[in-house]
Design a protein around this ligand. Structure first.
Ligand code: 13P
Ligand code: SF4
Length: 313
């Protein structure tokens, strides 16, 4: 089947089954185009919390589907490829977080949404890159905080709030590998182009950036600057699809990653996000599989910090 035949078949199946298809901005363009809603991690959690659909198909990575399942325990939550994981979520295992927490009994645990359900169950409040600043600011200044797992985001929030957060040493393998030298060269070649960066990028990239924000915030910046002709982008390139739609005349210049010979690729795509294809989405809807399950005891604990986040967002 061609992409357009597959897309039509997917839409037919979604209507028959009262399924909602949600896609993250880092998904392949054709997957974003067939979805009912696209968004960043926060928007996807918010949409899941209020959907009337019987089935949620989460075109994103596993922790996003788990978050949807925790918020909607009575709905069937599907993910087109169960192997779509996240290097950042993998960098923080529940047992290790528990040991860190036990060593700091007076601290509150603030966890990025890029974590497993088991880690969320040990967390006081979940944040995404869209609301981390606001939520950390809402915690009384005298309350010490453990922040994880993204070290770069934690460092950025620490600088912005002036708070001394204890940071977990995790990182996203896509956002932490942008090349500082390549960014400097791009800025020299295109001095009129603002640099837009995700806070998961390392400090040296953020220092060279004009706008730092979540995927949605960077997209909003582009939409609000229709007369800007060029943008330099330091985040996963899936978001360029929506940016280009918003500003068809503008030139988007992705910052390339550092490449160690023989290790990794020269692109800045998240290979986990790209595991979701139209074929897999079609089969997933047709067979109603793979289905995401979360242990009910874990889910009961994990929903509390997610709900706290949604209330504060
Ligand atoms: P946001 O969707 O919150 O911007 O996060 C980016 C990300 O890396 C998702 O995995
Ligand atoms: Fe995880 Fe990074 Fe991929 Fe986002 S881009 S899903 S943080 S590995």
């Amino acid at each position: 089947m061609t992409h357009s035949e597959l897309a039509q078949a997917i839409r037919r199946l979604a209507a028959e089954k009262n399924a909602v298809i949600m896609a993250h901005y880092y998904q392949r363009a054709e997957v974003q185009d067939v979805a009912d809603c696209i968004g960043d991690s926060l928007a996807l959690a918010q949409q899941a919390a209020k959907t009337n659909a019987d089935i949620i198909v989460l075109c994103g990575v596993h922790f996003m589907a788990e978050t949807a399942k925790i918020l909607c325990p009575d709905k069937k939550v599907l993910i087109p490829d169960m192997n779509a994981g996240c290097s950042l979520a993998d960098s923080c295992k529940a047992d290790d977080l528990k040991a860190w927490k036990d060593a700091h009994p007076s601290y509150k645990v603030v966890s990025y949404v890029n974590t497993s359900a088991a880690v969320k169950a040990l967390t006081d409040i979940v944040v995404t890159s869209s609301n981390a600043l606001k939520i950390v600011q809402s915690i009384p200044a005298e309350q010490p905080v453990l922040f994880g797992p993204d070290h770069n985001l934690g460092q950025y929030i620490s600088q912005m709030t002036g708070r001394d957060l204890a940071l977990w040493d995790g990182a996203c393998h896509v956002h932490s590998r942008f090349s500082v030298e390549a960014l400097i060269a791009l800025k020299q070649q295109h001095p009129d182009a603002p640099v837009l960066a995700h806070p998961e990028c390392k400090q040296a990239i953020l220092t060279l950036s004009d706008v730092i924000g979540s995927t949605q915030a960077l997209l909003n910046y582009v939409k609000n600057h229709p007369d800007t002709r060029k943008f330099i982008i330091a985040t996963e390139t899936g978001v360029l699809h929506e940016m280009q739609k918003a500003c068809p005349e503008a030139l988007f210049l992705p910052v390339p990653p550092e490449v160690t010979e023989g290790v990794g690729c020269a692109c800045n795509e998240c290979e986990y996000m790209r595991m979701i294809t139209l074929d897999k989405l079609y089969n997933c809807l047709k067979n109603e599989s793979p289905e995401v399950h979360v242990d009910p005891t874990v889910a009961k604990q994990a929903i509390l910090p997610i709900q706290r986040m949604l209330e504060l967002s």
